[in-house]
Design a protein around this ligand. Structure first.
Ligand SMILES: [Zn+2]
Length: 57
């Protein structure tokens, strides 16, 4: 299981994610970034930050 805490990238955000694969996390985070952070397109630099912050549980 992979885990990601949005707060690792956006310090004010308390949202956390858990999914079987890194790709599933990235899909969920992209939706969250769009809906809750107003990011229509997720910049590649942000994707790299998210990837770096994903933990394996
Ligand atoms: Zn967030």
């Amino acid at each position: 299981m992979k885990q990601f805490a949005c707060g690792d990238v956006v310090p004010s955000c308390g949202r956390t994610f858990a999914a079987p694969t890194e790709d599933d996390i990235l899909t969920a985070v992209a939706g969250h970034a769009r809906d809750d952070h107003g990011l229509i397109d997720t910049p590649a630099s942000l994707v790299d930050q998210v990837r770096a912050a994903i933990r394996t549980a």
